[in-house]
Design a binder for this molecule. Sequence first.
Ligand code: SF4
Length: 512
Amino acid sequence: MSQLRAAAGRGLRRSGGRAAPPAGQCRKGASSRGGTPAPAPAPPPAQHLFSDPAEIEALRGNLLAWYDKCKRDLPWRTLAAAETDADRRAYAVWVSEIMLQQTQVATVIDYYNRWMQKWPTLQALAQASLEEVNELWAGLGYYSRGKRLQEAARKVVSELAGRMPRTAEDLQKLLPGVGRYTAGAIASISYGQATGVVDGNVIRVLCRLRCIGADSSSPAVIDRLWDMANALVDRSRPGDFNQALMELGATVCVPKAPLCGECPVKQHCRARSRVEKELAFASQKLFGKPAPVPDVEDCGVGSCPLCPPAAEPWDSSLGVTNFPRKAAKKQPRAVRTATCVLERRGCHGAPEYLIVQRPSSGLLAGLWEFPSLTLAQDLQEEKQREALADHLQAWTGRPVAARNLRLVGEVIHIFSHIHQTYVVYSLPLDGDVTLDPALSPSRWVTEEEFHASAVSTAMKKVLKAHEKQRGKESSPGKGSKRKRGAKPQGAGSTCPGTQLSLRAFLQAPTAP
Ligand code: SF4
């Protein structure tokens, strides 16, 4: 337990060695006045800490027993448990942790299985091309994660002789894309290092267990939560303990309707205890019985660094979901982009689409898309059509008449920090087309090839909108929709005689 005491004490040292008040109370901090030096910030009140070794032992035991009984069977857990080679085990955990960032478990499972089948080792991944990585990652979002994972694998192979760093500190220091959380997860699960992890699930559970209502994304609170996670982690089963804490947050202590009745650590939960006290007080009051005022006060308003801010006190109607709290998110930036589905008939009449590759850095780096152009805000439709027509000229080598672009509609896609609106146009080509090799990489693809390429989910939505529109135009009232991937016999971009020149099309009479 000495580590626990040490961890609790670290806060005291940081804040000037002042003693914490007794459990259940918070210190009202003194303020600086009249030019006197500001006092050191108050230490974290005991109410927000785990300071009783016996309680910590009980919490660990309860949580691990629940995990052993209730944990979900997930492919990365099975792999990590069965793999005897430490490097392969760490790689298997690493891939899962990178995929699980910002993505649901249910979505990740299929991607993970395909990835591990294709690249079962670091060495195999190091030899893959970025194009292959992007293709497999397509649809998982946050594409730079896959790219960085591959870069890091190459580094391990070329600079570290294929040996993964063996501690959380070294993993974070030596591997690009591996942050504190991922390093802690790999080290605890793969190597048994007694180090904690703090992710969104852990933040929620810890904030509820200890009534932490200050902004959970602030560095001060995050720092405190890391101290807490490191102090709590079970010394003999750190990997299982960390996974149990995250599993609890994912399946029981969920954001909106936590299942407190089924929670294995409910007896240690101060948020739940606060709710129960309030309920008991309310029911006694209802029956007219004298009841002591419940001991549910926040710490000194405005001074406790971990309590809810004074402007947003505890709200009884929210119960335990009062915690955690975050500062209001910054509104995502609005971006409008004009994009054009350039379509031609391949052999046997199957449609083919022109896709071009994005730059190798920045948003959606290296992915393929329909020729696109970022638009100035509030541009009139006529102007955006003209701008897109100008832009397409780069691909066609000849002027494109704006009036030939058909407006399909708008497709909205939300990235983490961008509210993206694609204004979708289409341009059917009836004549010869020659692609200019001097431009960014581009190619014609069938529908099936499009879906197998490294294209973003947003571009898949764009194609869907285009196909819907085309279906309506070509056979109103009839189900002419072709099943995805069911191309007519012989169709495909490799058919002979279909790499045509656009000149003939541009010279041909055009529809109004
Ligand atoms: Fe979360 Fe409820 Fe368990 Fe507390 S008792 S940790 S709020 S599920």
